[in-house]
Ligand binder design. Structure first.
Ligand SMILES: NC(=O)c1ccc[n+]([C@@H]2O[C@H](COP(=O)([O-])OP(=O)(O)OC[C@H]3O[C@@H](n4cnc5c(N)ncnc54)[C@H](OP(=O)(O)O)[C@@H]3O)[C@@H](O)[C@H]2O)c1
Length: 259
């Protein structure tokens, strides 16, 4: 029997925009208790209001910077005050910073990517595991990327941290074997969110070019996959999902209409 999300506790990192915000809304529609974190609290407040309207059993938000261990610990202490049990953890916070070659790369971009996508996922998972250990059938969904499977020019560190995400996911699945906790990676391809605006540091023109002439994935496509992964029957673990838009046959082959 499928797992119902009604009254289940779901925590999504990086839920102030993109996949995280849309994922929160989708879990809310399933009647879950939705807990969200990110650095932009005013954005979280708006997402939380939408979740409440959409039918969440309850909605909770708190500032979260996954790049900071103390901040993650503070967040999870607050979370423990809400619930003794977590049913779904979505490690989504992250993104790319810059598209420089290794030769031109900037320390601050590399560090930001490693801190959020890699160490952030580790910190959040470590702190949340005690809330999941006695909870067979619970689900950890790590948001990876097609970039973790195939490298591209200018993507060295981003591809590297997303490749690491895949190894972390596999290690964790081995470590949790026998607990009943499912661990999977959800790997999107080209998707139109704030991702490219962040990568190109607010340059709208460069960001628009990424999606020019094709129909990219949208946040809803990924949110639907989160729900599907979390609602499989407890004996089913979705190890990996790769989702690309139809126009993206591979990292290096996308079909674009020219006008
Ligand atoms: N869009 C794509 O093409 C694509 C493809 C494959 C994978 N992904 C991955 O999908 C995930 C979500 O990206 P998105 O496309 O939805 O991008 P987005 O619209 O830019 O959303 C990124 C989210 O991550 C949060 N975040 C970033 N750094 C954080 C930190 N240090 N602490 C807490 N939250 C942080 C942001 O919130 P604040 O800024 O408010 O903290 C925001 O809510 C990322 O892991 C990204 O690498 C994206």
């Amino acid at each position: 029997m499928n797992t119902s999300l009604r009254d289940k506790w779901v925590f999504i990192t990086g839920a102030s925009a993109g996949f995280g915000a849309e994922g929160a809304l989708h879990f809310a529609r399933e009647g879950a208790h939705v807990v969200i974190g990110a650095r932009r609290v005013e954005r979280l407040e708006a997402v939380a209001a939408e979740c409440s309207k959409a039918g969440a059993a309850s909605t909770h938000f708190h500032e979260l910077d996954v790049a900071c261990t103390d901040n993650v610990k503070t967040f999870v202490e607050w979370l423990k005050g809400l619930t003794p049990r977590l049913d779904v953890l979505v490690n989504n916070a992250g993104g790319a910073h810059g598209i420089d070659t290794v030769a031109e790369g900037k320390d601050e971009d590399w560090e930001a990517m490693i801190e959020s996508n890699f160490l952030g996922l580790m910190r959040v998972t470590r702190e949340c595991l005690p809330l999941m250990m006695e909870n067979s059938g619970s689900t950890i969904i790590n948001i990876g990327s097609i970039a973790g499977r195939v490298a591209y020019e200018g993507g060295s560190v981003y591809c590297g941290v997303k490749a690491a995400e895949k190894q972390i996911t596999q290690s964790l699945r081995l470590e949790l074997n026998g607990t009943g906790i499912r661990v999977g990676t959800l790997d999107p391809g080209l998707a139109e969110t704030e991702f490219s605006m962040v990568r190109f540091k607010g340059n709208q023109e460069k960001s628009d070019k990424v999606y020019e002439g094709l129909h990219p994935l949208v946040a809803q496509d990924i949110a639907e996959a989160m729900i599907w992964m979390a609602t499989r029957p407890p004996h089913v673990c979705i190890d990996e999902i790769l989702i690309k838009c139809t126009a993206q046959a591979a990292v290096h082959k996308t079909h674009r209409e020219t006008s």
